[in-house]
Design a protein around this ligand. Sequence first.
Ligand SMILES: CC(C)(COP(=O)(O)OP(=O)(O)OC[C@H]1O[C@@H](n2cnc3c(N)ncnc32)[C@H](O)[C@@H]1OP(=O)(O)O)[C@@H](O)C(=O)NCCC(=O)NCCS
Length: 134
Amino acid sequence: MADTRGKLGFNWFFVHPMRSASGKSLKIRVRAARRADLDALVELERRVFATDRLSRPALRRLLASKSARVTVAEVGSRLVGAAVVLFRVHTTVARLYSIAVAPPMNGKGVAVVLLAVAERGRGPQVPLHASRSP
Ligand SMILES: CC(C)(COP(=O)(O)OP(=O)(O)OC[C@H]1O[C@@H](n2cnc3c(N)ncnc32)[C@H](O)[C@@H]1OP(=O)(O)O)[C@@H](O)C(=O)NCCC(=O)NCCS
């Protein structure tokens, strides 16, 4: 990731510069999700998935879980993407449970940045296994 800065730990964040279709400069901020993101995460599920959406209670549980890491991408104050990674004790393999990027932001590399940050969240090398169908 070019020109990416941030720090590791619960409050880590990365800022990733990219360009919109009109050539305008966009800054994608990627950070650990907070409980206050719940409404925006529910809305993202509604916009991105036609079926098999994560419910509000499921998202609330994931946000509170020690074995889940929810990472979100924002443009300004708008949440445009999210990745949910699940961890298990005694294994170095993580599971990519869900990844979603809101339609206007598709194809701009947001998922790539989300994944890169989600993988770093638990140490230098966490192989991710994808699992959830769209
Ligand atoms: C899949 C999804 C997260 C990709 O987000 P994105 O920000 O548009 O992806 P990026 O721009 O970072 O592209 C990353 C790569 O994935 C590829 N890609 C993007 N969407 C894809 C899709 N639906 N199928 C296959 N490949 C896809 C891109 O071509 C790109 O590959 P490249 O680097 O070789 O060119 C997004 O399209 C989405 O939310 N889709 C609906 C939800 C979904 O299917 N989630 C996955 C199952 S939980």
